[in-house]
Design a binder for this molecule. Structure first.
Ligand code: UD1
Ligand code: MG
Length: 519
């Protein structure tokens, strides 16, 4: 969805002031601070989920995080956002704190979910005397722009030159089923909101709906809330009764009609969630293609987090998933079936098909995959390469080093220009502890070497194919066998080690074949 400037029409006729001039006890003070109250206690029955609705993810973040982000843009720096929690309160609090920090929110618990009116009522002690203007939002409306809400607040404060007691954000829907309808009087002014379940057949024809986004004069809101009764089809305390009560009291209620229905829509079902996910995804892909110069071969099948950053001339193939705060440099190629999560990829990197890269760091000009798995702070330094069926965990592969086939590198620190032969395993776990393996620079690890950690292989050393290395190997030493023993001091020997089968320097099979010729 394109970000649009807020569009609205204030549909109350400017001359229709006669019946609302009287009481108007609610005129907002021009400088009243803005508070935000987010309702997030409900379970969201229509999701058919054990997880509270506001914790379901959109664009890789819980719905409530999106709403908090928008709310935080509206309140004054340092003024906390108020949030009503109930279902899975602890998890919701954690999600909010992850977004706003430990002091960014004040939580109020609604122990029993008795309706949106009750949800606001539980915040009375926290808010009623704040002398503020209160913006009420739902935790399940994730795509609102803060500019739209800012325009609502502005209209609320300037309505008819003196401000309104309450302002309701409305949209028109082709299919308004399920929503509260806006009932206007003969002059077109706000009269009341009627919930779908309580509406008459005529009222159900109304296409203008309540988006669940309101601005109130805080004090007036809480006074009116005391008069709300659960005398309705759902037996709930409806917040939606308050604007009608205020209007009947002769207070000004303004209507802010917004053109972009989708922006202010709530998520009620998993169908809504999938549709919103698609919108967020396309918005991200458009930005990457139009602003960042990224080639996305098939946008319909590419999944990129809104928080990811990707450099120009990087090409993303179909079926790639890029999650979290991943950063990818320029001129990379990310092939199909790859998932990259919260990782940093430099420039000119090749990620071949079906690789999984999580919490890892890959420097410029590296090559990964196909079918590689890098996780828990795997680090590839410049021009390093890992190939087919290689797993790396908590390990560093130094510049120009290679591990091309069928290898596990865990808790390993590997220096520059080292070659790890096919089938090498760092045996890092002794059943109790994880132990480190150090392989220094310019080492050749022969195919199928088992490195029984903790163990160090010194610079320029070589292990024979199938060696089981249980003791540290000094620099410039050839070891082989089970367990591996020293066969040769390579400084004393004339280079190369075994001239009859010497391989090119950059072939990963070099060490194996050169030493033992058994593969
Ligand atoms: C509400 C409005 C409806 C509007 C629609 C827009 C009411 C009575 N109806 O209906 O007019 O068209 O939003 O999306 O307000 N919540 C609590 N505690 C509760 C009940 C709800 O915190 O006891 C929270 C929910 O977690 C949710 C929000 O309030 O974030 C809205 O509740 P929901 O049940 O989704 O209301 P709707 O039926 O959608
Ligand atoms: Mg809802």
């Amino acid at each position: 969805m394109n970000k649009q400037p807020p569009t609205n029409t204030q549909e109350t006729p400017p001359d229709a002031t006669a019946t609302t001039t009287g009481a108007n006890a609610a005129t907002p003070t021009a400088n009243a601070p803005l508070d935000v109250l987010i309702l997030a206690a409900g379970l969201g029955t229509r999701m058919h989920s054990r997880t509270a609705k506001v914790l379901h993810q959109l664009g890789g973040r819980p719905l409530i995080a999106h709403v908090c982000h928008t709310a935080a843009a509206l309140v004054k720096e340092g003024r906390p956002v108020h949030i009503v929690v109930g279902h899975q309160a602890e998890e919701v609090k954690a999600a909010v704190e992850a977004e706003l920090g430990a002091n960014g929110a004040i939580f109020i618990t609604q122990t029993e979910q008795r309706g949106t009116g009750d949800a606001v009522m539980v915040a009375r002690d926290a808010l009623a005397d704040a002398g503020s203007t209160l913006l009420v939002l739902s935790g399940d409306v994730p795509l609102m722009h803060h500019e739209t809400l800012g325009a609502l607040v502005h209209q609320h404060r300037t309505h008819r030159g003196r401000g309104a007691a309450c302002s309701v954000l409305t949209v028109k829907l082709e299919d308004p089923t399920g929503y509260g309808r806006i009932v206007r009087d003969a002059d077109g002014r706000f009269e009341r909101i009627v919930e779908h379940k309580d509406a008459t057949p005529e009222e159900r024809q109304i296409k203008e709906i309540n988006a669940g986004i309101y601005c109130f004069e805080t004090r007036v809101l809480f006074t009116a809330l005391e008069r709300v009764q659960p005398a309705n089809a759902q037996g709930e305390y409806y917040l939606t009764d308050v604007p009608g009560i205020l209007r009947a009291d002769g207070e000004d209620v303004s209507i802010f009609t917004h053109a972009d229905a989708r922006e202010v829509s709530g998520i009620n079902t998993r169908l809504d969630l999938a549709e919103f996910e698609r919108l967020v995804r396309l918005r991200t892909l458009r930005r990457l293609m139009l602003d960042s110069g990224v080639t996305i071969i098939d946008p319909a099948h590419t999944y990129i987090s809104p928080e990811a950053q990707i450099g120009h001339d990087t090409i993303i193939y179909p079926g790639v998933t890029i999650e979290g705060r991943t950063q990818i440099g320029a001129g990379c190629e990310i092939r199909s079936g790859t998932r990259i999560t919260n990782s940093r990829i430099g420039s000119g990197v090749q990620i071949k098909d079906h690789s999984v890269i999580v919490d890892s760091d890959i420097a410029d000009s590296c090559s990964v995959g196909p079918f590689a798995h890098l996780r828990m702070n795997a680090r590839l330094e410049e021009r390093a390469a890992v190939g087919n069926f290689v797993e790396m965990k908590k390990s560093r592969l130094g510049p120009k080093s290679k591990a091309m086939h069928l290898t596990y590198l865990g808790d390993a620190d590997i220096g520059a220009r080292t070659n790890i032969g096919a089938g090498t395993v760092t045996c890092n776990y002794d059943g109790v502890n994880k132990n480190p393996t150090v392989i220094e620079h310019d080492v050749k690890i022969g195919s199928d070497t088992m490195l029984v950690a903790p163990v160090t292989v010194g610079a320029r050393s070589v292990t024979g194919a199938g060696a089981v290395v249980t003791k540290d190997v000094p620099p410039d030493t050839l070891v082989a066998g089970v367990p591996a023993t020293i066969k040769k001091d390579l400084r004393a020997a004339s280079q190369p080690v075994a001239p009859e089968s010497a391989q090119p320097q950059d072939s990963e099979e070099t060490a194996t074949n050169a030493v033992t010729g058994d593969r």
